[in-house]
Ligand binder design. Sequence first.
Ligand SMILES: *[C@@H]1O[C@H](CO)[C@@H](O)[C@H](O)[C@H]1NC(C)=O
Ligand SMILES: *[C@@H]1O[C@H](CO)[C@@H](O)[C@H](O)[C@H]1NC(C)=O
Ligand SMILES: *[C@@H]1O[C@H](CO)[C@@H](O)[C@H](O)[C@H]1NC(C)=O
Ligand SMILES: *[C@@H]1O[C@H](CO)[C@@H](O)[C@H](O)[C@H]1NC(C)=O
Ligand SMILES: *[C@@H]1O[C@H](CO)[C@@H](O)[C@H](O)[C@H]1NC(C)=O
Length: 440
Amino acid sequence: MQKWSRRRAQLSLLASLFTLILISSILSNHTSKTIHSPADQPPSFPTHTTSFNNSLQSTDEWLPGGPGWSRACSSPRNYKPRRGALAEEREWWKGRSLGGSCDLFSGRWVYDERSYPLYNESECPWMSDQLACRKHGRPEEQYKHWRWQPQGCELKRWNAWEMLEKLRGKRLMFVGDSLNRGQWISMVCLLQSLIPAGKKSMSPNAALTIFKIEEYNASVEFYWAPLLVESNSDDPVNHRLDDRIIRPDTLLKHASQWEDADILVFNSYLWWRSGPKIKLLWSSEYLTCEEADGLDAMRLAMETWADWVSSRADPRKQRVFFVTMSPTHLWKREWSPGSEGNCFQETAPIDREGYWGSGSDLDTMRMVDNVLTTLSSKVTVLNITQLSEYRKDGHPSIYRKFWERLSPEQLSNPVSYSDCIHWCLPGVPDVWNELLFNLL
Ligand SMILES: *[C@@H]1O[C@H](CO)[C@@H](O)[C@H](O)[C@H]1NC(C)=O
Ligand SMILES: *[C@@H]1O[C@H](CO)[C@@H](O)[C@H](O)[C@H]1NC(C)=O
Ligand SMILES: *[C@@H]1O[C@H](CO)[C@@H](O)[C@H](O)[C@H]1NC(C)=O
Ligand SMILES: *[C@@H]1O[C@H](CO)[C@@H](O)[C@H](O)[C@H]1NC(C)=O
Ligand SMILES: *[C@@H]1O[C@H](CO)[C@@H](O)[C@H](O)[C@H]1NC(C)=O
């Protein structure tokens, strides 16, 4: 482990520069237009109360991301942690035992052509053009045939009928960014073929998008909140990755959308990892604006989220999951020393046990670990980072739809625009959902 830590340190400067550029372009412009957009509707922006100053909140200025936000944040101060946040983190890695002998999240990938994929890409009407890799020309399909084999135990195989029973009368809601949206689309595709036409429906693409399963009175929903707290990136179409302003202590508008869901699956990570510093517009200290690096800002958001979970989620009625960092594969030399490139043209998983790339930030994992520890049994962790680390072959690379026009220079150098962040479907997110199925 020490070896890769050192290596990671060497790479991290360059890597952060590059991730900045790559992630910015991949996350900011396409995440929005990913799903089925027959009539790409303007997103409806729920205008719920925030905890903003009442005398101002009625004006457009102060709507999320409105001019008021920018004005308040025109010359931010540097953020200083208010509590001993850093000290807390020294204590991590006290070996969070998962209880029992089996850790579903450590194991290996086994090639299994017979039982995987669990559904057909072309038969899922809600497949995203961002993730439909065969449709966009991916020449081989081994990436669809991998099964996750935990060490020392068996994963209960995906059973869509059983999942539907678990969902009967319930709302399952995914909340987060485009990675979580990929997991939501995977879940929709995993279930939808069992439901006859006319008994299922998808609401138009908006901040909250709902797949309804009539006979089961169930729904599988996705709510766009890439930074968990309120921010100027809450519009699923118009993002501002380059000038993020978050309300670190405010998520009531979001919570009003998710609070009635029975099963909540949250994620957040990559939006904190790229771009310049993040501005913090506090509501407790009205009109003060600070700026912080991604990790500090994410910690604040996670703490606000954790406050919501501990005070508002009802463990008797609600299950809450948190999905850990989704790895990226932007640097081929990390798994194949001496090579140039990224995930483009990778067709097999990494077979080095414990492989960990620079895209999965250990400090973030520690921070998340600490926050989740404070919530103990109220949140179940879907610790997908290590298992997904192996899957350098699982990304769309160039085999997806790109909404902006690619220049001739880009086209002549496919590595330059490969998407090594999202995941092809069928593929890795199906396994995340199998794990969710096992833990429900
Ligand atoms: C995003 O798209 C807009 C137009 O829709 C374009 O002007 C802008 O340069 C793009 N940004 C990135 C980072 O690709
Ligand atoms: C709300 O704003 C008004 C006018 O801008 C100000 O007088 C008042 O003190 C503010 N209230 C709070 C709770 O910040
Ligand atoms: C996918 O389609 C093929 C042929 O169209 C069929 O043989 C196979 O059973 C389908 N797989 C699933 C998981 O539905
Ligand atoms: C359907 O589920 C919702 C909760 O998601 C519940 O409020 C409602 O009563 C259910 N309806 C029926 C007919 O079971
Ligand atoms: C997830 O698993 C990794 C090992 O793969 C571990 O280091 C980390 O603490 C775990 N994170 C959480 C939040 O459980």
